[in-house]
Design a protein. Sequence first.
Length: 438
Amino acid sequence: MIEEIQRIVGRDSVLARPPDLEAYSRDFSDFREKPILVVMPGSSREVQGVVGIAAREGVPVIPRGAGTNTCGQVVGRGLVLDMTRMDRILEVNRRDFYCRVQPGVVLDALNRELEEAGLFFPPDPASSRVCTIGGMVANNSSGPHSMKYGTTRDYVLGLEAVLATGEVIRTGSLARKSSSGYNLTRLLVGSEGTLGVITEVILRVLPVPRARGSRIYTFDSLEGLRRAVDGVLDRTAPAGLEFIDDICLKALKQRYGLDFGDAAFLLAVEFHGGQGWVDRQLEMVGELLGEGVEAGDPWRWRRNLVPALINYRDGARPLAVTEDVSVPVSRVCEAIGKVKAIYSSGGFEVAVYGHGGDGNLHMRVFAAHGEEERVRELAGKVYDYVLSVGGSTTAEHGVGLLRAGYMDKEHGQAMEVMRRIKKVFDPAGIMNPGKMGL
């Protein structure tokens, strides 16, 4: 099998040495498993050939981008398809506001090129410096500005994908509107490699905002944060509404010297649009909350928050067990209090941060070696609470292995429909098996 694959992609694009396999045995989660083989295809035709061999041999295929995901999506015993060689921006169309890219294109690199045409691709995960478009599409990724711009799914006009059967399909079109047939594009977005391998993406893009403006505020209580979030959402239309708690603030102080005193929460508010409109929005926020505090670019240190949390407490790791839940926007502050109460009942400290405008909470639970099982038990209570208020176990990062066990509880009978769809696309069950509970 290896020699056959080498003839398709080239000898240098097949990795089988133990050190290489070890490097691909992990992503940004705690899951670990060595793959059988790593293949780095350079074209759709090469992907088609490799998948065909894997299907014939019954070997699982695990598509992989940059490996920044936190849920074990790209970990498994099978053939890992590293898609980062397919990194070409194929077309940027300023008049029709779209671009065509290969899946290995890095998000920041794409936006640098789009900016030359006065355009940008809005979804903005914190890993934008390294994450790939293919990975973003596979996980329906987003970030702090999704309350204004939406998620990756809202920008995918069409796809090319290689199915487990060896078929290559194209979905969607260059048109902004279509009522033709089943929306296979939307089905493939967020499917985490369980239905096929994405080999090309058509993305809708937007003009770069003419102006941006932000304010930062601190609060000494959760109630103060709640009143501020409710007030901002009632009176203005922010592009981003980001909060972090006191543990995050302490970690940022330790790592970067940022000092917000004894604040319990920090809230960053940002607006995008025409200069006059942005100025009016900032004026209304000022009337509501005051002038705020000076802290430079809030998104610079927000993107570095997770590295800061890694070294926050000696002898304890920040576990990402419930790191991406979402609740109705009106319940954000209630959810913060509930999450803290659940983990503190077991004696654990939890850092909570996230996007106040779309109900998305991230968190890290600090636990010593040997305490992981207790943390996982409490994580189940967090997920039960989230589902009880009409929320979801994941908003941005996907299901992977981490949340696979909660899919039936979240989706009920709809999971059986998902399993039947999986059978249609992947009759032999080789495409990223076990992810998403499929």
